[in-house]
Design a protein around this ligand. Structure first.
Ligand code: PEP
Ligand code: MG
Length: 542
């Protein structure tokens, strides 16, 4: 038996035969061509074929996973139409008289290296996308079909083992025949990890050098929670994981029975159980998991996925769609939280030595009110279509709240002048995610309608531990008594002033802390959609 420790990015246990996908970058031959113009034409035809394959893939993904997940293949089509990308390939062919395959591969490597060097995890993840679309074009040029996994139809269900899996390869796999994924590379932020969670399949990334082509056909057990992989498991391990899998499956089935049941402890203490989203399409998962509202809509994803500042109309449609789908359930929309690890090129932000301590979130909104106002107009206009609340991120002082509310009042006046309806009583709250906001919680509570504690940043700033740094180990203690005491302080201050207080950071879903959160008296917990039912279970058992 071989035991491998990777990083679990999607929970669940799979037991079955391994299918190794050979997705490694193969050397692309360099040839000199006599007729560069004919070679450019050959590239153009292949590119058109790749675009039409991507269109089909888009429709298949939209039908199986929803529009949100399909958007990725719109991005892939745009990448193939990007002028810089196309000019680089055609320039190489004409100037160096090389074959199209080689020109596409060189350009892909150059663009991928450029993305990988950016200090922004979202853009870094795009390196895999540019390689993915380029490999598709090369495959077409070589007379093969599309991505590496395209011909993975038929046969029995398998655990997929790959060097790396591009998003398009993940969705091209016949879902009914995939038990789970294990990859040598990958990041928890990648689209593939997100898709695995959406597909409800166990997934493990980062097994590194333990990746072995010879494992093809061998039996394996994978545990997406612990990140453990066992190849050729011994009888004892196999029996243990068969029983764990049966328990896990039963647990999932039982959780389904909690849909529609109140989130209430045995003694009758009620907690509002909400979900976090990044895009309108995530509402489907919120409803499927029976969340009672949305406690954090990270609106900056609308900006991250755009090529330029999203317009008022575009934002209005997005907020309206979420509000309408959620009916009278509360939808807390956080205003733009750009900066730090979430960089957007068109904001032209200067490079900073310490971006997490730099020009970000509310600081951008208060110094560039023209951007902030577009978002506030969209939010207010959408507020008549449901139950929207506005939440301000990264607050450190009372003055920031007053300044933001002043801008909000100006926007309300504008709308009144234009006779545009909005909810006059819209709730305005703040995120408690800096130590300063905890210290000033009493004064801040007097200014707003609610608090939502962002434990991800609160932990980073309280412990002086960069949340992006995976090497801080025990120093980045997620259960630090300092942070837990701050959660208590903020909640008590909120209650002294008659406002509600919730948690929307990752700690809210930590079941080992649920009892403590109930004892502190938090009014709301907002977690990822798949954590809603496990948390309801824990609360009902308290
Ligand atoms: C937080 O900081 O805990 C939070 C919820 O916001 P984000 O993770 O988007 O910074
Ligand atoms: Mg935060």
């Amino acid at each position: 038996m071989k035991t491998i420790q990777g990083v679990g990015v999607s929970a669940g246990i799979a037991i079955g035969a391994v299918r190794v996908l050979d997705t490694a970058d193969h050397a692309v031959e360099r040839r000199v061509v006599d007729d560069p113009q004919a070679e450019v034409e050959r590239f153009r035809t292949a590119r058109a074929t790749a675009v039409s394959q991507l269109k089909q893939l888009r429709d298949k993904t939209a039908a199986e996973f929803g529009e949100g997940k399909a958007e990725l293949f719109d991005t892939h089509q745009l990448m193939l139409q990007d002028l810089d990308y196309v000019e680089s390939i055609e320039g190489l062919i004409t100037q160096s008289k090389v074959n199209a395959e080689f020109a596409v591969n060189s350009t892909a490597e150059q663009f991928a290296a450029m993305f990988a060097a950016m200090d922004n995890s979202y853009m870094q993840a795009r390196a895999a996308d540019v390689k993915d679309v380029s490999r598709r074009v090369i495959n077409v040029l070589e007379g093969k079909r599309g991505g590496a996994a395209a011909d993975e139809e038929g046969g029995e269900s398998r655990i997929i083992l790959a060097e790396d899996l591009a998003p398009s390869e993940t969705v091209q796999l016949d879902r009914a025949k995939v038990l789970g994924f294990v990859t040598a590379k990958g990041s928890a932020n990648s689209h593939t990890a997100i898709l695995a969670r959406t597909m409800g399949l166990p997934a493990i990334i980062g097994i590194g050098d333990a990746f072995d082509l010879d494992d093809d056909g061998h039996t394996a057990v994978i545990d997406g929670t612990s990140g453990l992989v066992f190849v050729d498991p011994d009888e004892k391990t196999l029996a243990e994981y068969q029983s764990r899998k049966a328990k896990y499956d039963e647990h999932l089935r039982l959780l389904q029975e909690l849909k529609g049941k109140p989130t209430e402890t045995k003694s009758g203490q009620k907690v509002r159980l909400y979900a976090n989203i990044g895009r309108p399409s995530d509402v489907a998962a919120v409803l499927a998991n029976d969340a009672e509202g949305i406690g954090l809509f990270r609106s900056e994803f609308l900006y991250l996925e755009s090529e330029d500042y999203p317009t008022e109309e575009f934002q209005f449609e997005a907020y309206k769609e979420v509000a309408q789908k959620m009916g009278d359930r509360l939808v807390v929309i956080r205003t733009l939280d750009i900066g730090a690890d979430k960089q957007v090129s068109y904001f032209n932000l200067e490079r900073e030595a310490n971006p997490a301590l730099g020009y970000r979130a509310i600081r951008i909104c208060l110094t560039r009110p023209e951007i902030f106002k577009v978002q506030l107009r969209a939010l207010l206009r959408a507020s008549v279509y449901g139950n929207i609340a506005i939440m301000l991120p990264m607050i450190t002082s009372v003055q920031e709240v007053r300044d933001a509310k002043k801008i909000l009042e100006e926007v309300k006046d504008e709308l009144r002048g234009e006779r545009i309806d909005f909810n006059e009583h819209i709730q305005v709250g703040i995120m408690i995610e800096t130590p300063a906001s905890v210290i000033m919680a009493d004064e801040l509570a007097a200014e707003v309608d609610f608090f939502s504690i962002g434990t991800n940043d609160l932990t980073q700033y309280t412990l002086a531990c960069d949340r992006q740094n995976p090497n801080l180990g025990r120093f980045a203690d997620t259960h630090s008594p300092a942070v837990l005491r701050m959660i208590r302080m903020a909640t008590e201050a909120a209650h002294r002033h008659g406002i509600w207080c919730g948690i929307c950071g990752e700690l809210g879903a930590d079941l080992s802390l649920t009892d403590m959160f109930l004892e502190i008296g938090l009014d709301e917990l907002s977690v990822s959609p798949t954590s809603v039912l496990p948390l309801r279970d824990a609360i009902r058992n308290y």
